[in-house]
Design a protein. Structure first.
Length: 281
């Protein structure tokens, strides 16, 4: 499990690069995921800038070139989209699931970026303290997003059944199993009970989705941008879940920093998820 979960930041990095490549190819923000108004001035410029930043963040994480800053950059981008695009859309169309789903996917990915950044650590004590607080908040936001997706799966279970591949047996059971997985994992994160078990299983579930659902769909519809975007979203969430596992089991790699870094994180006051209780430096 340790070797598998060590790939978490790399899965997230691949997803960031995937987002950037898709946007550069289609010369548009990701459909559905980033519903930016069509009237945005200098739209192509912002599309290309966002894409390049995604590529830089993904490369930084994957190549371990200023990985802390790379992860934080990704987090800022996702939260910018959440507050400027998704939140206003949700508030004005509160009963539309197409507004809730991408909004909380964006929130998950933004939260996960700061969780990964805090795992990686930085020698700057002030930044470490801020990121530690953001990572703790990110875990709760990640858990909240799981609850939202569980509710959406329950409400729109008929549609979910159509997404499950035909070759898989017991579609109804599998759909309920996913709902249970979301709720149990969110409960674990909210209460800090069995976090390694819950986050590890959650990551495996998303990885299985990537391999059995999203990859075949993306290859079968290789020109459909939304299929590739969905694949990279699922892969990113898998990477975040594995990063939470590493955080909870104290196995995230340690950069060459002084022991004072841990003390800085401990001073955030977030005991059960701070590095002083096993986040790793």
């Amino acid at each position: 499990m340790k070797k598998l979960t060590a790939a978490g930041p790399y899965f997230y990095a691949i997803s960031l690069a995937g987002f950037g490549i898709i946007q550069l190819v289609v010369q548009n923000f990701l459909t559905g995921f980033f519903p930016v108004p069509t009237g945005l001035p200098w739209r192509i410029f912002w599309v290309d800038l966002c894409s390049i930043l995604f590529l830089l963040a993904g490369a930084g994480l994957a190549l371990r070139v200023r990985p802390y800053l790379a992860a934080a950059l990704a987090g800022y981008i996702f939260f910018l989209f959440f507050f400027s695009v998704h939140l206003p859309r949700m508030l004005t169309d509160i009963y539309n699931p197409n507004a809730w789903s991408p909004a909380f996917e964006t929130l998950m990915l933004g939260s996960g970026a700061f969780i990964i950044a805090d795992n990686l650590g930085t020698a700057d004590r002030r930044r470490s303290r801020i990121t530690g607080i953001a990572a703790v908040a990110g875990i709760y936001l990640f858990a909240l997003s799981l609850v939202v997706f569980a509710v959406l799966h329950i409400r729109y279970n008929t549609f979910i059944l159509t997404v499950i591949p035909d070759w898989m047996p017991a579609h109804l059971f599998l759909s309920y199993l996913v709902i249970a997985g979301f709720l149990l994992a969110s409960f674990s994160l909210f209460t800090n009970v069995r976090v390694p078990l819950a986050s590890g299983l959650l990551g495996i579930m998303f990885l299985l989705w990537v391999l059995t659902l999203h990859v075949p769909r993306a290859i079968g519809k290789w020109t459909v941008e939304m299929e590739w975007a969905s694949l990279f979203v699922a892969l990113a969430v898998c990477g975040i879940a594995f990063s939470i596992y590493r955080r909870a089991t104290r196995t995230e790699f340690e950069p060459a920093l002084t022991g004072n870094l841990r003390g800085a994180s401990a001073n955030t006051g977030y005991g059960k998820y701070s590095r002083s209780t096993g986040a790793g430096a």
